[in-house]
Design a binder for this molecule. Structure first.
Ligand SMILES: Cc1cc2nc3c(=O)[nH]c(=O)nc-3n(C[C@H](O)[C@H](O)[C@H](O)COP(=O)(O)OP(=O)(O)OC[C@H]3O[C@@H](n4cnc5c(N)ncnc54)[C@H](O)[C@@H]3O)c2cc1C
Length: 447
């Protein structure tokens, strides 16, 4: 059975309009996208993206085809994961990776990052993608696959943060799903036994989902999920109770599959309001997109110094122990979200120098969300320095302080600019360093 929710003719005509605007564009000012839903980049005061020229891609938010027999979906980049899950689950299928916030879009997930509790098995959402259509800054439409003559562009799109043109269509794999997820909580008192358990479950593939909350130096909880057909009860976590807190208290839980995917939608470890009383009154209105859209609107008023730390870090699992020792010393007892992550392949956007120092094929994504620096130190910079020592990768979703030289030791300069020559010959979308480390901090030059 194949479901279409919009005609391909409509899609083609919208893409042709965007391509035409790019071809006809005379301005040499940098260009950013206007989307329908809020961005899940950490808002930064002075980010140059707020004053860039805009190209409107908000119409590209439709599912084009769900091929139930072939287990694939073709969709436009502005489709949100909540809409996608609602569309595929009735046919017993879901995306291979569903990021934890309802309004993250599939295009944003590929261009930024996209991991969750199925990542120990499948990698990131981008690892499930088979084909991308990309509109270049010169207004050409390219079809990129892992094996065609545009394979470098295909492999460079993940983590490119919009610097390689505009993704206009994605085809990706779906996997079978059941209506409910049963979660069992496994408690560990130290990082070594936690790491051993992650490795063992990943090796045996005896669970469908694996993530965890690190509550304190002596409480590491691993949350192990299985799809099931029925349940004695089900819970939702969209009001007073913060899901992450329950992982320290319960031995098991049952959630409907959609509620499971978005169990952290009101924040992973930083749910607002902080108090139960506050959540009783306004909890249901404080989903991730509500908070981010408020912050986006008042970006100019955000603190310029000592910003709150919100960032995901990919740590090679053999260095997990080193990182945690350092983390407890520097950050104190701020809890962390842990997502085991096995990338499906060696990524073209990471440098050879980076890979020469990494033996592991398994990483853990450690998410530090909502840490308030209290002593004037630049915690983002401290993280960058620590990751250099242990060969970790800091996602570029928030504040970045790398020098240009350091940056290209981690990210793949040659591949980036080779792909860029094809997708953004006019440099309308900035290069990756300029966009994420310079313009995002309100600067125009690297000096
Ligand atoms: C608090 C917080 C928690 C997060 N938690 C997670 C998590 O658990 N797991 C995870 O994987 N990620 C997480 N992220 C990161 C998030 O998934 C990425 O930032 C993702 O890129 C956001 O997608 P979006 O749809 O909001 O895209 P946007 O924020 O709108 O865009 C992200 C980037 O992609 C580019 N882009 C968007 N659409 C297109 C397109 N059509 N063509 C080309 N470029 C495009 C934009 O220019 C931008 O640079 C988190 C982020 C925050 C702020």
């Amino acid at each position: 059975m194949k479901f279409r929710t919009v005609t391909l003719e409509q899609h083609d005509s919208d893409v042709a309009r965007i391509a035409r605007e790019l071809r006809d564009r005379k301005s040499t000012r940098p260009l950013s996208l206007r989307k329908k839903v809020t961005s899940h980049q950490v808002p930064k005061p002075g980010d140059k993206k707020y004053s860039d020229d805009k190209i409107d891609v908000s119409c590209l938010n439709r599912i084009l085809l769900i091929d139930v027999e072939g287990c694939t979906c073709t969709a436009e980049p502005g489709v949100t994961f909540i809409d996608l899950v609602h569309a595929t689950l009735p046919s017993g299928l879901v995306p291979m990776v569903v990021p934890e916030f309802k309004t993250i879009t599939i295009g944003g997930a590929v261009s930024g990052c996209s991991i969750e509790s199925m990542s120990f098995r499948y990698g990131g959402f981008h690892d499930s993608c088979i084909e991308y259509d990309v509109i270049t800054s010169a207004g050409e439409v390219l079809v990129c696959t892992p094996d065609n003559d545009l394979s470098l562009v295909y492999h460079s799109l993940h983590g490119s943060f919009g610097t390689h043109g505009i993704l206009s269509k994605l085809k990706f794999k779906l996997v079978p799903a059941k209506p409910i997820v049963r979660i069992v909580y496994e408690r560990h008192t130290d990082v070594e036994s936690y790491r051993a358990s992650i490795n063992a479950h990943a090796e045996k593939r005896d669970v469908d989902f694996m993530d965890g909350i690190i509550h304190s130096p002596d409480l590491y909880v691993l949350s192990l999920g299985h799809f099931v057909d029925s349940a004695p009860y089900t819970h939702t976590y969209n009001w007073v109770t913060a899901y992450h807190e329950t992982t320290a208290l319960r031995s098991e839980d049952y959630l409907r599959t959609t509620d499971y995917f978005f169990r952290y939608d009101r924040g992973v470890t930083n749910v607002y309001p902080k108090s139960k009383l506050g959540r009783l009154f306004i909890g249901p209105f404080m989903g991730s997109s509500n908070l981010l859209s408020i912050a986006e609107k008042i970006h100019w008023a955000l603190p310029k110094k000592n910003p709150m730390v919100t960032v995901d870090l990919f740590i090679p699992i053999s260095r997990f122990h080193d990182f945690m020792n350092w983390y407890w010393k520097e950050f104190g007892a701020h809890n962390l979200w842990c997502v085991p992550y096995r990338p499906a392949q060696r990524y073209a956007w990471l440098s050879d120098q980076f890979y020469s120092g990494v033996q592991d094929d398994m990483f853990v994504d450690l998410a530090i969300y909502g840490f308030h620096p209290h002593d004037g130190r630049n915690y983002y910079r401290m993280i960058e320095e620590k990751l250099r020592e242990i060969n970790g990768v800091k996602t570029l979703i928030s504040y970045n302080y790398y020098s240009e030289e350091e940056f290209w030791q981690v990210f793949h300069r040659e591949n980036h600019f080779a792909a860029k020559a094809i997708t953004d010959p006019r440099n309308a979308f900035r290069d990756l360093y300029t966009k994420t480390c310079v313009a995002s901090q309100g600067r125009t030059s690297t000096m």
